[in-house]
Design a protein around this ligand. Structure first.
Ligand code: BEZ
Length: 219
């Protein structure tokens, strides 16, 4: 389908719980296939364009936080419609201007094939620039969380790490993370569904709201 006939609104975004479509792409770290990452957490994130201020600030912040993702066994994959050569020139500029190395791969998507498959193009987008979409894929390649920001608003890297840590924590036990949860904070018990459990609860609200200390473990 050519860009002239493509209507972004016709492309459904990948939904939570769906397996991400596989793809192959050239990247600043060589050819990449999403299936190469099976068994590992992946954060695939799109940015509207190279050599733009908000994107540059995000890449610098992500490079500085790289160890937060690596220590949680998570790979970062960046993507935009710009060409591989543009990506290479941009990360050289970031290196020289900000003194940081972008270690994670930046994928090119000149045909918008990946952006379309993931629903990364804004429905009201005037051009092919992808939105600031972020996809948290679990080791089975299933979409577990996603965020979508407009071009004007930079993402919070702290929030990306927090979402990843919360997903990994709640995969370890049938527990939930409350608002603003951070590693080490108390967790919440999953609500019960049987009247016996409701009546057995110590107080009138314990059956639907009770906290549990985070006893540690990989998050
Ligand atoms: C930016 O990253 O600064 C940006 C990207 C696209 C449009 C406007 C700003």
């Amino acid at each position: 389908m050519s860009d002239a006939t493509f209507h972004p609104a016709d492309t459904p975004a990948l939904r939570l719980g769906q397996r991400a479509p596989n793809f192959r792409a050239r990247s600043t770290r060589g050819p990449i296939e999403l299936s190469d990452f099976h068994g590992m957490w992946v954060i695939l994130f799109s940015h509207p364009a190279d050599f733009t201020p908000v994107c540059t600030s995000e890449f610098v912040a992500l490079a500085k936080a790289q160890s937060e993702f690596t220590s949680r066994g998570c790979h970062l994959l960046a993507l935009s419609v710009d060409s591989l050569y543009s990506h290479l020139a941009w990360i050289r500029m970031i290196h020289d201007r900000f003194g940081v190395r972008i270690e994670f791969p930046i994928l090119e998507d000149p045909t918008l094939e990946i952006a379309k498959a993931f629903g990364m193009i804004g429905a009201d987008s005037a051009d092919a620039a992808s939105v600031r979409a972020t996809f948290f894929l679990d080791p089975n390649g299933v979409l577990r969380a996603s965020t979508c920001y407009p071009a004007e608003v930079g993402r919070s890297i702290d929030e990306m790490v927090r979402i990843l840590a919360a997903l990994q924590k709640t995969d370890m036990a049938p527990l939930l993370t409350p608002a603003g949860w951070r590693e080490g904070d108390d967790l919440l018990r999953a609500p019960v569904h049987a009247i016996e459990d409701v009546l057995a609860a110590e107080t009138a609200s314990d059956w639907f709201y009770s906290t549990v200390p985070d006893t540690g473990g990989a998050a």
